[in-house]
Design a binder for this molecule. Structure first.
Ligand code: BDR
Ligand code: CA
Length: 332
């Protein structure tokens, strides 16, 4: 398994748009993107999930200010899912304010006037053919952008989306993962669109973790963003400790970021038909991946453009700490 430090990066950074419900692991994903020379974060849209969309934008602006990147535009997106109403925040996981109850210095910036779907559509045209879209919350904004502009898929380079559970149980119901469960109709529209999608499900995100030693390293960093992440992790670890039997946490959203960046590579990610359960029964929000016939190795179904990540080449934890501490080998 490759655990070597990141090597120097020389080519021009690729533009990325992040759609998130900021959120502690969303904060880690944001920090990871900001500290990855392979990409340039050109915009962020927010959606209700871990917190409401307006709060998520506030948290994002504060984190961007802390990172010295107040220039990145942040757009508030959908408060409610496509069908139904926002189910409410999850303070037992992400804290009352979404960032583990820590007080981030308030940014003097405001969200941009356009909504997240409009920002995404505009950025896709400005960076036609080059923009990578990363979603780490419910995908309402993406579905809205697709409805508004059917040409969007042809303008976007690729989509990496944290969500779903292929061969493992869900985390909010027996079969459903939170991001998909919070807006199954939007997830179905994202999957149905004609673009390349990399689904990063619980199968892999739960297998990538941070430890107490990682948290302490971040907390002791000589860097305000890394320190803030270390501080908010205290609350997040509290939620995950019973799951893992030791202090630590899963790396859902940062894994999607790292895969989109290319610093973590999927080693098993077959292109397979994926059905999102949009019924109102017990299966609502389930991601049903047709993984039949994969026993002897990954088999791509012809014409399918959605890949489901089932394995990766390296553990994200050490890499994430390395990037946030700035100890990766010199970047271009
Ligand atoms: C996903 O749900 C949210 O709570 C996390 O931020 C992550 O995006 C994990 O199921
Ligand atoms: Ca999230």
């Amino acid at each position: 398994m490759n655990t070597a430090p990141t090597t120097a990066h020389t080519s021009a950074p690729r533009p990325v748009y992040l759609d998130c419900d900021t959120g502690i692991d969303d904060s880690m994903a944001l920090a990871y993107l900001l500290r990855s020379p392979e990409v340039e974060l050109v915009g962020v849209g927010t959606v209700s999930g871990n917190v409401d969309a307006a709060r998520a934008a506030r948290n994002t602006l504060d984190l961007l200010a802390l990172a010295g990147r107040p220039d990145v535009p942040v757009a508030v997106g959908a408060h409610h899912p496509l069908a139904g109403e926002f189910a409410g925040p999850v303070p037992h996981i992400h804290g009352e304010n979404g960032v583990g109850g820590i007080a981030l210095a308030p940014s003097d910036r405001r969200p941009v006037a356009e909504d997240a779907a409009t920002l995404l559509g505009r950025l896709a045209r400005e960076h036609a053919g080059a923009l990578s879209v990363i979603t780490v919350g419910p995908t309402t904004n993406i579905a809205t952008a697709l409805r508004r502009d059917p040409e969007l898929p042809g303008l976007v380079r690729d989509v990496t989306t944290m969500g779903g559970a292929a061969l493992v149980p869900g985390n909010v119901t027996a079969v459903a993962e939170a991001n998909v469960r919070n807006d199954p109709e939007a997830a179905a529209e994202l999957i149905a669109a004609p673009w390349d999608v990399m689904l990063v499900p619980l199968d892999v995100t739960l297998e990538n973790q941070l430890t107490e030693a990682d948290r302490e390293a971040l907390l002791g960093a000589d860097d305000p963003l890394a320190q803030a992440v270390g501080a908010m992790l205290d609350h997040y670890f509290g939620f995950y400790t019973p799951l893992y039997g030791r202090r630590g946490c899963a790396l859902h959203d940062p894994l999607a970021a790292a895969i989109a960046v290319g610093s973590v590579q999927p080693t098993r990610a077959p292109a397979v038909e994926l059905v999102i359960d949009t019924t109102h029964g017990p299966g609502r929000g389930q991601t049903i991946a047709d993984l039949r016939g994969q026993r002897l190795g990954p088999v791509d179904r012809p014409g399918v453009r959605t890949r489901v990540v089932l394995d990766t080449d390296r553990p994200l934890g050490p890499l994430l700490v390395e990037r946030l501490l700035g100890t990766a080998r010199a970047a271009a």
